[in-house]
Write a protein that binds this ligand. Structure first.
Ligand code: SF4
Length: 347
């Protein structure tokens, strides 16, 4: 039996029963793929089920408000996924009569759908012969075939895509693609892969040459930027300033006004800063408390955040609205803000 057949036979005996596996509905598959892009199955499953309950069809999703979609996405991170999902649902309703397109090149043109997701949707839903290449597939191919080209370079991307396409069992594309992804997820795992009972052991180059831990190879390490933010929870009577973010990874989410500094900054210096004066110049303000530092890690940023609880009168902030304190939880916010909410009384 060759590699591809061994994979499929392993899959048939070992696959997990996941809710999106028992369907060929492209909407359900699309939704599951977007949710699972940066999220573990355990964390993503309740979101998948909640989305399908709230929006059973593409049309339901298209008709929802962006606030509702983002609120339901809250906690999953990488919010551009939710914004693109919503945009594409509207696109499908407006330009494809609500039917998910069946043509690979049209699927690939939809916003938020790249080569991997297009291959996953068209193969799982329509059994089209497009090989998926995600992190799990790269790990399996790199180890079994001893491919040490860094996978995040143009040459590496091409090599992995080509090899994946050559190994695809075209007449069983859906099953084959699911097999290799599942094999990477639960057998050939990043750490402690289960080599001792692996059906590929006899010919897996990484296993034979004792280089499992070295493969796959990544070229560049992402440079992480430290950011120092001071969020201002400004109370006027029972209302708090809150604004909708217009750019960056948190576009569409709501947040408090904030001051940003290049380095860690003492509280006294924050109060003496020009940024602080600009907000509180014409008002009387009383700092009630300053939280300890919250560390929030994103793919390219490490955020050091402190939340200031301030009582102030006569503050005017152009891009922010005064929101009643007990309705703050209705707005979609980042996980960072959510963590702060968990430490204070809002009711
Ligand atoms: Fe992965 Fe180990 Fe199996 Fe090779 S032998 S495919 S490294 S689990």
């Amino acid at each position: 039996m060759n590699f591809s057949n061994k994979l499929v036979s392993w899959y048939q005996n070992n696959k997990r029963d996941l809710p999106w596996r028992n369907t060929v509905n492209p909407y359900y598959i699309w939704l599951s793929e977007i949710i699972l892009q940066q999220t573990r199955v355990l964390q993503g499953t309740p979101y998948y089920l909640a989305f399908l309950k709230a929006f059973p069809t593409i049309e339901d999703l298209a008709n929802a408000s962006e606030d509702k979609v983002l609120k339901m996405w809250q906690g999953l991170g990488y919010y551009s996924r939710a914004r693109n999902l919503h945009f594409t649902a509207k696109d499908i309703v407006n330009n494809f009569a609500g039917e998910f397109p069946k043509d690979y090149s049209k699927v690939l043109k939809l916003k938020g759908i790249g080569i991997y997701t297009a291959a996953a949707i068209t193969s799982f839903a329509f059994d089209m012969p497009y090989a998926v290449v995600d992190g799990n597939v790269i790990r399996v191919l790199s180890r079994v075939f001893g491919l040490s080209t860094p996978f995040d370079t143009p040459v590496g991307k091409k090599k992995f895509q080509q090899l994946a396409q050559e190994l695809l069992i075209e007449k069983d594309a859906a099953i084959y693609n699911q097999s290799i992804m599942e094999f990477g997820a639960i057998k050939c795992k990043p750490k402690s892969p289960d080599c001792s009972s692996c059906p590929m052991q006899d010919f897996c180059i990484a296993y034979i040459t004792n280089s499992v831990a070295e493969l796959p190879v990544k070229s560049n390490k992402i440079k992480v930027k430290n950011r120092f933010l001071h969020y201002l929870f400004i109370e006027q009577e029972d209302n708090i300033f809150l604004g909708k973010r217009k750019s960056g990874i948190w576009t569409g989410l709501y947040e408090f006004p904030f001051l940003e500094f290049l380095n860690k900054t003492e509280e006294k210096q924050v109060i003496r800063s020009n940024e602080w004066s600009r907000i509180f110049l014409n008002s009387t303000c009383e700092v009630k408390s300053v939280s300890s530092e919250f560390i929030h890690i994103l793919s390219h940023q490490k955020i050091h955040a402190q939340f200031w609880q301030i009582k102030a009168a006569s503050v005017v902030l152009d891009d922010y609205e005064l929101i009643s304190r007990n309705s703050l939880l209705e707005f979609p916010v980042s996980r960072l803000t959510e963590k702060y909410f968990e430490t204070i009384e809002l009711g």
